[in-house]
Structure formats: structure tokens, C-alpha cells
Design a protein around this ligand. Structure first.
Ligand SMILES: [Mg+2]
Length: 366
């Protein structure tokens, strides 16, 4: 018997549910992410739950499940949790059962409201008791104005998510956060509640959907997927298949630091070495398996070897400690040290200036 059972236990046996972000994790636009399908199959074969969580308010859960099936990842509609569903889960604290709710957005919101026993309406004359606002490519000034009137009247206002931008094939477009900001600017206040990542309701809805007691959130964005973890009390895994570069990871702020770092989803089928840290007068020593990473006066050095993603994690921990202690580090140099130690990651180096894009969860254009 090992004294450190976690070291030898594959992650799939340490958690009972895996909450997956979609774009950059499971698919990229029309294509599946490499190894995602085989990882899902293995997770299910082990008797664990897969739940797909999305801030996208436009597509109903059934449409998301159908898209996953088309790219070779079979998913039932009830394995998909959308930000409108999470928004509807928040309504009982604000309105009576069966109340009319003013919808700004697409059919994803209407469907979630009907499933929750509420009545979606599109006009103030239909006596709504709350406003739910989410993205749709067809949101018009008239709908934004209707929301502003209702919010100014004092109705509870729930935003499905606050992603400021949506990447589209033609460029970066305004996301729901930008449309919410238009209403907020008009009425002089912010939404009462936000459902989507990084706010906790979406993760909580996913956890309650499958009765998980030990969930793991898996995502590709630090400011949504990973930031949602601590706020919902859920550990997180960053996969390097999406938007986050090594520079972003090494620069992650205190609320955006993953518990695990993975090259791709096969990592959930593997053990993950325990991370040991030891403060030194000049900084920190991080030990992860046979790998040792030191931060001394902001200089990062790597000794030994490990899987590339584990090297990235250890170097990140050293950088985070140095940054928190006000000792640098020089991020460009730290990325170079990391890539020298794990050349397989060279393609993920990205900008040494952290991108910090304000883009929300990347998604298919509607
Ligand atoms: Mg994503």
C-alpha cells in the first residue's frame, strides 16, 4: 500500500463527475479536440458522470447535445447544462412559481423557462415578474429598451453570463456582457445575479444535475472556467488545447490558478503527481514527482523531468509565488525556461505578454 494513494490513483478515480467547458476543450468550432472522444468514453466506462457546461445562452441543451453527437461525442440533452438553465434555477428566490419572465435573448432561454415551469414573455404588457437577459444574434434595441424599462421598474434582473465578446469567423463581436452593459448604462445599475461562469450558479446547477460529491471542472480559460472553481468550491483542471497560452498560465492571478494542468483530456485517465512546495529565503522550491522547480529572487530554474503539462504546472506555481511575493518573475524568461525544459509545449508559448482577452467562452457563431 502506498502512503500517498493520490499519486498512483488516476484522476478519473479521484472524482465522480467531470464538468467540461465546450469550446477549446471538447471541440474547436466544427472539429473535435484531439483525444476528447476517447477520454469521454473512458470516463463513462469508469462509471463517472460527464456534464457539459456552457455560457452560451442561445443554443438549447438539446442542440448542444446534437452537435456533440455529430462530432463523435455522444451526449444526452440532460448532460448539458446551459447558462439559461442556471439562470432559471435562480428564479425561485426572486419570483413566484409559474411567473411570467421577460426574455431578452434566444430560444435557449425560452426553453429553460418553460422546463422550469415559468412563462416566457417578450413584452412588458404581459406582466413579467423578472428579466432574464442572454445573448442571441437577434437581440434588438427594442428588446434592450424593454429590459431597461422593466429593470427601472424594479424587476429582478438575471444575466445568463457576462462574456463581453464572442469570437466569430469575421472577428471579435459583442457578447452578452456588452449587451447587458448597454442596459446597465441606461438604468444605472448592474444585474442582480449572473448565472454563467465565472459566477457559481452554472457549476452548481451541473453538480446538482448529477448529484456529484467530488466534481472536477475542466476548462481552457482562466478568467471563466478556472475562476469559477474556487467560487463554486470545485477543483479545476486547465487543458492547454484552447485559448490559454503558457504566458497566460504563468501570469495567472490568485483567483485564476488551476489545481491541475493537462496537455489534453487523456490526463484525466492518468495519475497526477502530488505537488510539494517549500519556501526558501529567496523564493520557493516546487517538487512534483521527480521534477524540481526553483524560484530564487524571481529567477526560475528547472531540474529533472516530468510530463510537459506537469512541468508547466510546477513552473507556474513557482511564478505565482514569486509574483505574490513581489519578486517578479520576468515572464518572458520564465516561458523560455519552461519551453527549454518541455519543448513539446513550444507551440503553446503564445505571447509573453498575457493575452487577457476579454473574450468570453469561445463558441460557434450562432
Ligand atoms: Mg472554452
Amino acid at each position: 500500500m502506498s502512503h500517498h494513494p493520490d499519486i498512483d490513483t488516476p484522476l478519473v478515480d479521484r472524482f465522480d463527475a467531470f464538468l467540461f467547458d465546450l469550446d477549446g476543450v471538447v471541440y474547436i468550432g466544427p472539429d473535435p479536440v484531439a483525444h476528447a472522444a476517447e477520454a469521454m468514453s473512458a470516463i463513462r466506462a469508469a462509471g463517472r458522470s460527464c456534464v457539459f457546461v456552457t455560457n452560451n445562452a442561445n443554443r438549447p441543451a438539446g442542440a448542444v447535445a446534437a452537435h456533440l453527437g455529430e462530432i463523435g461525442i455522444p451526449a444526452a440533452p440532460d448532460e448539458v447544462v446551459t447558462s439559461p438553465q442556471a439562470a432559471v434555477s435562480l428564479l425561485p428566490g426572486h419570483v413566484a412559481d409559474g411567473a411570467a419572465v421577460l426574455v431578452v435573448g434566444g430560444e435557449g432561454i425560452d426553453e429553460a423557462l418553460v422546463a422550469g415551469g415559468y412563462r416566457p414573455v417578450r413584452d412588458r404588457t404581459q406582466d413579467p415578474a423578472a428579466v432574464v437577459q442572454g445573448y442571441s444574434p437577434d437581440v434588438s434595441w427594442r428588446e434592450l429598451a424593454m429590459a431597461a424599462y422593466a429593470v427601472a421598474d424594479g424587476l429582478p434582473w438575471i444575466a445568463t453570463n457576462l462574456d463581453r465578446t464572442i469570437p466569430t469567423p469575421d472577428g471579435i463581436a459583442p457578447g452578452n456582457g456588452t449587451l447587458v452593459a448597454a442596459v446597465a448604462a441606461a438604468v444605472g445599475r448592474e444585474p442582480d445575479v449572473v448565472a454563467g461562469k465565472p459566477a457559481p450558479p452554472l457549476l452548481r446547477a451541473a453538480i446538482s444535475r448529477v448529484d456529484a460529491t467530488a466534481p472536477l471542472m475542466v476548462g481552457d480559460r482562466l478568467d471563466t472556467d478556472i475562476a469559477a472553481g474556487p467560487r463554486a468550491g470545485v477543483p479545476t483542471m486547465l487543458v492547454l488545447t484552447g485559448v490559454t497560452t503558457l504566458g497566460d498560465l504563468l501570469a495567472a492571478g490568485p483567483d485564476e490558478r488551476p489545481d491541475f494542468v493537462a496537455a489534453d483530456l487523456r490526463a484525466v485517465l492518468e495519475p497526477y503527481p502530488t505537488v510539494h512546495t517549500e519556501a526558501t529565503p529567496a523564493g520557493l522550491v516546487v517538487r512534483l514527482g521527480t521534477l524540481t522547480v526553483s524560484a530564487a529572487d524571481g529567477e526560475i530554474s528547472v531540474d529533472g523531468s516530468a510530463a510537459p503539462a506537469h512541468v508547466a504546472h510546477a513552473v507556474a506555481i513557482a511564478c505565482w509565488h514569486a509574483a505574490d511575493a513581489g519578486r517578479g518573475p520576468d515572464l518572458a524568461r520564465a516561458v523560455q525556461v519552461l519551453v527549454d525544459a518541455a519543448p513539446e509545449l513550444a507551440g503553446r508559448a503564445g505571447n509573453v505578454i498575457p493575452a487577457r482577452m476579454e473574450a468570453g467562452d469561445a463558441r460557434r457563431p450562432a
